[in-house]
Design a protein around this ligand. Structure first.
Ligand code: KIV
Length: 272
């Protein structure tokens, strides 16, 4: 039985704020399709992120950059159909909001109209603040994302821990405050020192969700396929694998192949 079975009310941005204020940790996972979305939702997750990590996990790209607005919309629509309780956040893909705020708003409106997701997530601080303001002005809730921002991988050159140096840490703190003042309802902090993430979570009144940012924040997010062990070639220190589904699937599929080859499947009861 899910720990949330007694509370089947939909999660809203307002309820997330209340959770922060009563120090209840927020749980968040990615999902990219109907089946996974409904499994994750039924297990009692608070937020489902239709992440642009779908570019890696679902499409096999090396980075998140190639995934398109149309592809994100296709995936998000499928997830939303499977979700009854969790708040569904959809990542705005690379190139759909950085150009100018007008373009950002039309991408945002397309996602909201076509997917029926609840909110959007964007990467960056000061550089994209006009886009954030314009999207918010249309009544669309926005989640920020600072620290390691995979859409900027070509600027960084690697996926190492961000904001270890003072200058970058100070900019991150400024950006976090700016996103809060502009009206974001929450922020994701990715792969930064735990002490810095805790400081940001303490200073902000909105929820701060971490991935590789330690336990001092208001909630945690992981990529579903990594935490259930469907992917095996990605093992950063922050990743805890709660299952090894790749091994379970391999065994099941090998068993099926052997049964088909030997004629053991189908049997008398499995035919018409
Ligand atoms: O796309 C994604 O999965 C994300 C999480 C890593 C936060 O942005």
């Amino acid at each position: 039985m899910s720990i949330h079975s007694e509370d089947s009310r939909r999660v809203t941005t307002h309820r997330l704020l209340e959770m922060k204020h009563r120090c209840e940790k927020i749980s968040m996972l990615t999902a990219y399709d109907f089946t996974m979305g409904s499994i994750v939702d039924q297990a009692g997750i608070d937020i489902i992120l239709v992440g642009d990590s779908a570019s890696n996990v679902m499409c096999g790209n090396i980075t998140t950059l190639p995934i398109t607005l149309d592809q994100m919309i296709f995936l998000a629509k499928s997830v939303v159909r499977g979700v009854k309780r969790a708040l569904v956040v959809v990542d705005m893909p690379f190139g759909s909001y950085q150009g100018n705020s007008k373009e950002a708003l039309s991408s945002a409106i397309r996602i909201m109209k076509e997917t029926h997701g609840d909110c959007l997530k964007v990467e960056g601080g000061e550089e994209i603040i006009e886009s954030v303001k314009r999207i918010l002005s249309a009544g669309i809730p926005v989640m920020g994302h600072l620290g390691l921002m995979p859409q900027s991988i070509n600027k960084y050159g690697s996926y190492t821990v961000r904001a270890k140096e003072d200058i970058e840490a100070e900019k991150l703190i400024r950006d976090a405050h700016l996103l809060e003042e502009t009206g974001c309802f929450a922020i994701v902090l990715e792969k930064i020192p735990a002490a810095l993430a805790q400081r940001v979570a303490l200073e902000l009144t909105i929820p701060v969700i971490g991935i590789g940012a330690g336990g001092g924040v208001d909630g945690q997010v992981l990529v579903l396929h990594d935490m259930i062990g469907l992917t095996q070639n990605f093992s950063p220190r922050f990743l805890r694998r709660y299952a090894n589904l790749q091994a379970i699937m391999n065994e099941a599929i090998e068993h099926y192949v052997a049964d088909v080859k030997s004629g053991f499947f189908p049997n008398q009861n499995e035919q018409y």
